[in-house]
Ligand binder design. Structure first.
Ligand code: BGC
Length: 479
């Protein structure tokens, strides 16, 4: 075919492709609008009377301080939030200001267990923990335990945490509305052969913030962009209307994944987002998360590619069995494809598609558009948080650190740089350092437990010295 004809065809194809992708392209004004809507939802979540119905839950975590570098001791950590469950033995060293992972073990959570009964799940966790203690000679010790449980929980105390709802593919019966610490303790009792010390419940965002906080004490935000997405930050207690107290700060687990659950993002949802939500195991729930996180990005891309193929724009109109199967286009393919055209060709072949060079380029463009939207939406949400912290403190300029984790942020070739650039645009008065967390769900959980112990110890000392003062007063009165 003549080169000009070829070029003309490619241009008109690109023009058509753009029409499919245009709904995913959010202008800076739209991102500002998203940020403004989230700002209102943060307030609803914090309000005494509005929080029950708020889509962004703004959950108090009872973490009142970030590390001060004096924490120390040996801890156990449990990490449940994805397809694997981990047990860790962690040592926090004061002198070296280090959090050391001594040992760890991974136990897979089979798909059936993610959808089975809560009792089965917690028995599995207790057995894995028991095996770990046995094989590391720790059974005779009673170590404090940090439990990273990466689902939305209404935390009543540091060791009392009610699961609001499952997310990310979990749906075990009999757990929603129950205290997860109690379920864990009961399962450990059923094993009957070991004990644990005090428990601290930790969301992965909080673990991430705390593990980075040990290195950089201005770290006051934790953000996850992995299978799910979420963030926590240090809020002024006086603004958290549903808990007592005026002084100091508390870490709030925003659960921003639920943003949009009341329809507030309907105008920016594409037909593909609607489809992903409809076919998920929790329709109507965690709408923002479904536009952003690793559990869903691959499926959004797949649906777009299927539509383009059906409309004869791609692969000579032939959908392979793999492309036609839900879940077969994995989110990691997006990172790989955006890393280079050669990867794209390999993946398209593996998916059984009859591709040409133009097809491969269009697939790259689709991946780039959908992952960029994810990065920009996260940026809008993060900008809302940093702007809020700046306003809370009545500062013209805020310098702060965000601890980050999650496969999408870590593995995608351009996600982090796009996100950072967009936050700078949306929060120009904030100077943010991004710190990738080193195992927030493991070491961070230990750190939360260590800080909780430090604070408990300090308040015991304070009570004792108050007691002594009272005695002195009594003596003086008696004289
Ligand atoms: C959960 C959050 C968690 C996030 C990242 C979401 O689905 O609701 O609690 O922090 O995933 O793991």
């Amino acid at each position: 075919m003549d080169l000009t004809v070829k070029l003309k065809r490619s241009y008109s194809l690109l023009y058509l492709v753009e029409k499919y992708l245009q709904p995913f392209q959010l202008s800076p004004e739209t991102l500002q609008e998203v940020s403004a809507r989230l700002r209102k939802d943060l307030l609803r979540g914090l309000g005494k009377h509005s929080h029950h119905k708020a889509p962004v839950k703004m959950l108090p975590t009872f973490v009142r301080a970030t590390p001060d570098g004096t924490e120390k001791g040996d801890f156990l950590a449990l990490d449940l939030g994805g397809t694997n469950f981990r047990v860790l033995h962690v040592r926090v060293e004061e002198e070296a200001q280090k959090v050391l992972k001594m040992d760890s073990q991974i136990c897979a959570i089979p798909q059936e267990m993610m959808l089975g009964t809560g009792e089965q799940l917690f028995d599995h966790i207790a057995t894995c923990l028991g095996d770990f203690l046995e094989s590391h000679n720790l059974k005779c010790q009673t170590l404090p335990l940090g439990f990273t449980f990466s689902f939305p929980c209404e935390q009543l105390e540091i060791d009392k945490s009610i699961l609001i709802r499952w997310t990310k593919g979990f749906n075990c019966s009999g757990v929603e509305g129950k205290d997860v610490v109690q379920l864990l303790k009961e399962a450990i009792q059923r094993t009957g052969d070991y004990h644990i010390g005090s428990v601290a419940m930790v969301n992965d965002t909080v673990g991430t913030m705390m593990s980075c906080g040990y290195k950089d004490q201005s770290c006051e935000i934790g953000m996850i962009i992995g299978t799910g997405t979420n963030a926590c930050y240090m809020e002024e207690i006086k603004n958290v209307k549903r808990i007592e107290g005026e002084d100091g700060r508390m870490c709030i687990n925003t659960e921003w994944g639920g943003f949009g659950d009341d329809g507030s993002l309907d105008d920016i949802l594409t037909e593909f987002d609607v489809e992903v939500d409809k076919t998920s195991i929790n329709p109507g729930v965690h709408i923002f998360e479904k536009m952003i996180s690793g559990m869903y990005l691959g499926e959004i891309v797949r649906l777009v590619l299927v539509k383009m193929t059906k409309d004869k724009l791609l692969f000579k109109g032939q959908i392979s069995e793999a492309l036609g199967t839900s879940g077969r286009f994995e989110t990691k393919f997006i990172s790989e494809i955006e890393d280079g055209l050669e990867n794209a060709k390999k993946i398209l072949t593996e998916l059984g598609l009859d591709w040409g060079l133009v097809d491969a380029s269009v697939v790259c463009l689709v991946c780039d558009t959908i992952s960029s939207r994810s990065a920009y939406l996260c940026a809008a949400a993060l900008a809302t948080l940093v702007n809020r912290i700046r306003n809370n403190r009545k500062l013209d300029h805020l310098k702060t650190t965000v601890g980050v984790d999650g496969t999408v942020y870590r593995k995608h070739p351009t996600f982090s740089s796009k996100l950072q650039k967009a936050v700078r645009l949306l929060a120009p008065q904030c100077d943010i350092t991004f710190l990738v967390s080193e195992d927030g769900s493991g070491k961070g959980a230990a750190m939360v437990t260590a800080v909780a112990q430090r604070l408990a110890h300090q308040s015991r000392l304070l009570e004792e010295s108050d007691g002594e003062d009272d005695d002195d007063e009594e003596e003086e009165e008696g004289q």
